[in-house]
Design a protein around this ligand. Sequence first.
Ligand code: NAP
Length: 345
Amino acid sequence: MNDRHGHPYGLHRVLEPGGVLPQPAWRLDASPEIYDNELGIDVIRLNIDSASFAQLKKEANGDADAIGRRILQIVRERGKMHNPVTGSGGMLIGRVAEVGPRFPGKLKPGDKVATLVSLTLTPLVLEEVKRVHLDTGQVDVKGHAVLFETGPYALLPDDLPETVALAALDVCGAPAQTARLVKDGDRVVILGAGGKSGLLSLYYAWKQAGTRGQVIALEAGERACEDIRRLGWAHEVICIDATDPVAVYESVSRVTGGRMADLTINCVNVPETEFSAILATRDGGTVCFFSMAVRFTTAALGAEGLGKDVNMLIGNGFVPGHADLTLQALRESRPLRELFESRYA
Ligand code: NAP
């Protein structure tokens, strides 16, 4: 029955505790029968948020089956894939199963879509985890999800492999924030520049900082550093551990002649990088914390303790037009697309 009237923000799906929004709720009602303002989706694949996947992988000692069992357990307990340790989710792709009469847009059953809201607020039932891809954090599943009328989504493009689109769309807020923040002539530091969000952000930072600007890519993995060098979108590529603030400070100071960054974008998927991001940035500059592993208290108290007058932004995952802007980067740059295909296709 889809004539039941749903709340725009999905309050009708919250089971526990009562009266909160779906994202902070502990448990959602994920029953597949949709309300009049919902979209029912037969789920094909999940892209587990990178901070969450790194945590699950560590907890399971890299055992794919154990990660799959843990995902099933979380979803069974919570009615959503909301990692209780990291607090983060991811997103999914699937086929439209049913469209409520009040769901906006022109979707029809059978359309392939990617949800652009976090799995932490997406009602989800999983019948089966078919395969956990340890190298990409993607998980083939059979299940059913629900999207509320306020939840953005994108039709999956037919010119890109599904797994590539999924990987890129999961982080589409980062390049969109970067495109919004970087001005001509800016000195930009990207932490975790070799990952999904880092590379896409690098593309727009390089494009917008212009010839007067300076783009500095920081990344831990030697192979990812090589990938960044090959793309050629950074004046400096520094292979470094972003959890080592002193080393990050000294490196950025060296390559900027002590001026430090106007803007630092944090795209790392592990905890304890707040101090590095803050120290890499000049007084009056801006840090954009896209990473889900960032702690508000550490960032706020850290900046205070260091006497750093930096603006700190939480990297909102939603920016109007973010999906198109992200896919555009992959279409404009063949090397970027090839790199994504080699990693995620
Ligand atoms: P990703 O593809 O896994 O990239 C993370 C990058 O950080 C990798 O290149 C990784 O290198 C690098 N890294 C890991 N540890 C490092 C260290 N100690 N020092 C320097 N670099 C290090 O992750 P992603 O999908 O782009 O996501 C990045 C972050 O954004 C995650 O925290 C994720 O949760 C968050 N996120 C936020 C939103 C939002 O709405 N704000 C949405 C989606 C994702 P290796 O591969 O060599 O380890």
